[in-house]
Ligand binder design. Sequence first.
Ligand code: CP
Ligand code: NVA
Length: 323
Amino acid sequence: MSFKQGIPSTLPQGAPPVRHYLQFTDFTADEYAYLLARTAFIKAKFKRFEKHQPLVDRTLAMIFEKASTRTRVSFEAGMYQLGGSVVHLTTGDSQLGRSEPIEDSARVISRMTDIVMIRTFEQTKLERFAAHSRVPVINGLTNEFHPCQILADIFTYIEHRGPIQGKTVAWVGDGNNMANTWLQAAALLGFKLHVSTPSGYELDAKIAATAHGISSSSYQTYSNPMDACRGADLVTTDVWTSMGFEAENEVRRQAFEKWCVTEEMMAVAAPNALFMHCLPAHRGEEVQAEVIDGPQSVVWDEAENRMHVQKALMEYLLLGKLD
Ligand code: CP
Ligand code: NVA
């Protein structure tokens, strides 16, 4: 009788504890340095059409409780490129939508697969899954955080402009999952975050207070988005209404009217400033078409880089550091 290698139907004695990636603060600055360099290596091989298949025989379970284009395609294509395979689950087509406890789902799914990516609502739901999983769990977006996206954004910044340490990132718009994660990244990787949100849509105060290493110099708030953009090396924004908040759409439309990234805002940013948006975008709402489709925008590289950083992330969580 032979057992398939790599599937921990019984966890080996003395195995190192499973690592999860639930929020940006789950890794150290040194680990990010490794992951970013590894991403560059993996991306370069991909561009040369060279195979890179360290995860042959491994299976990724992707669980979506919210819609997705980029996260789905980047994880699925990425896992196949690494030599593995993928199982795709949604709330509607699994027992998750019929009240099976998340803890039981975690116990079952993690006995049959090697790594899990989840997109869901509350961060606590993701944490409950991870607490009952035998295999690494990755946050594919929650109401509170979107760490894979910020990892891709930072890789994209470095690719275009070099180190992000000491630079200034301007966040214009909702104090949402993206903004919270930028805040964690700024504190950890040593750049500054300028934040401008409409009143009532500020960053989550608890997250701001508990974000690892946050110091007063890591971020600064501005009531006028133009001031947040002044001198910034990167200007970034996101939808006015995140998934799960659709009932607030009309109220938000009015509250966010002035929080549209305009050419005027880009003009007061640093001369070589970049524009990023995690996508999907709404031209004429959170960003002018002239900006997102203009010369400073790197949104398509940003989207592609989701796949490359996540390949490095899955490889790291399953195999650790490789030469
Ligand atoms: N940026 C992002 O996560 O896109 P999707 O919602 O399409 O996955
Ligand atoms: N803040 C957005 C990001 C989408 C990728 C949302 O949560 O819907």
